[in-house]
Design a protein around this ligand. Structure first.
Ligand code: BV8
Length: 250
């Protein structure tokens, strides 16, 4: 029995499923992973240095331009078969009275464009900007922004609606993730290096609670030895096959 068949056999029996996705799922849509997100003029920067509140405070023009360029890039990308397979799986689990929670570290909005519902964006969204003075969020700012940073109507500026390193996750996202993890009987980690917390800890928490655990990733990660089934492969190829086998199980 292949690893995908083993995973499908175990997941097909589960009724409360939590998925965690990372940049590897969007990579097949042409969205560079976080560490690859710096090409061309950005290549001389370290993303870990740019994705922080300190960087925005020190270089608001540079940081807001980097995020606006990434926002423009993802608007030109389309969901791939991996995104669509997860949306299909959610519909099937729902139709059978089960629970399906999609937690994503990705900030590109592609899960929603593929038809996934109630996506929990743990790290915010490239499509959203927040006024530094009032905290009001908007997802309708012109693209590209007219200037960097763009002044807000309330006398502040618009910062990316992104969770930077050193920032807490949005309260609602964190509580939705913990609630789902607390009751799930299956957790599936897909396309993530599983090194960023607290997102990665949600998977190990579910494993500790006894959930069936599966990983789909191109490379080994710190959780590869801990999950029940660790599948090496491209999410855009593995997910459609995995979901097809799960759905066939009825
Ligand atoms: C928090 C938005 C409480 C930004 C992101 C010291 C000081 C300060 C903080 C810390 C510290 N030590 C630890 C921390 C906590 C820190 C953390 O975990 N740091 C790590 C790096 C050690 N976490 C935080 O700060 C979080 N907040 O903890 O608050 C706190 C506060 C202060 C101090 C302590 C604690 C907030 C974390 C959120 C950061 N924001 N994204 C932006 O996008 O610009 S995280 C960002 O990096 C991505 O969202 C992603 O989640 C993560 C990793 O990026 P990538 O590597 O690109 O992507 P990914 O990990 O998903 O890996 C891609 C994988 O896919 C690879 O394994 C690859 O093999 C695979 N792959 C590729 N192609 C495919 C594929 N797989 C399948 N198919 C394919 N085709």
């Amino acid at each position: 029995m292949s690893l995908i068949e083993q995973a499908a056999e175990r997941l097909g029996k589960c009724r409360s499923i939590v998925i965690l996705t990372g940049a590897g799922v969007s990579a097949e849509s042409g969205v560079p992973t976080f560490r690859d997100a710096l090409t061309g003029v950005w290549a001389r920067h370290d993303p870990m240095q740019l994705a922080t509140p300190e960087a925005f405070a020190r270089h608001p023009r540079l940081v807001s331009r980097w995020y606006d360029e990434r926002r423009q890039n993802v608007s030109r990308c389309a969901p791939n078969p991996g995104h669509h397979a997860l949306a299909d799986w959610q519909r099937v689990v729902g139709s059978r009275g089960g629970a399906f929670t999609l937690l994503t570290q990705n900030v590109d909005g592609l899960h929603q464009r593929a038809g996934s519902d109630d996506v929990v964006e743990l790290h915010g969204s490239l499509l959203t900007w927040r006024c530094t003075k009032t905290g009001r969020e908007r997802s309708d700012l012109p693209m590209p922004l007219p200037e960097y940073p763009m002044p807000s109507e309330e006398g502040g500026v618009y910062r990316p609606g992104i969770v930077w390193f050193g920032e807490m996750l949005p309260r609602r996202a964190q509580s939705r993730a913990l609630s789902a993890i607390g009751v799930c009987d299956a957790v599936v980690s897909i396309g993530t290096s599983a090194v960023v917390d607290p997102a990665a800890s949600f998977v190990t928490m579910a494993i500790d609670f006894g959930a069936v655990s599966v990983e789909v990733n191109l490379e080994p990660t710190p959780i590869s030895e801990r999950v029940d089934v660790s599948i090496r492969g491209r999410s855009g190829e593995v997910l459609p096959e995995l979901v097809k086998l799960i759905v066939q199980q009825g």
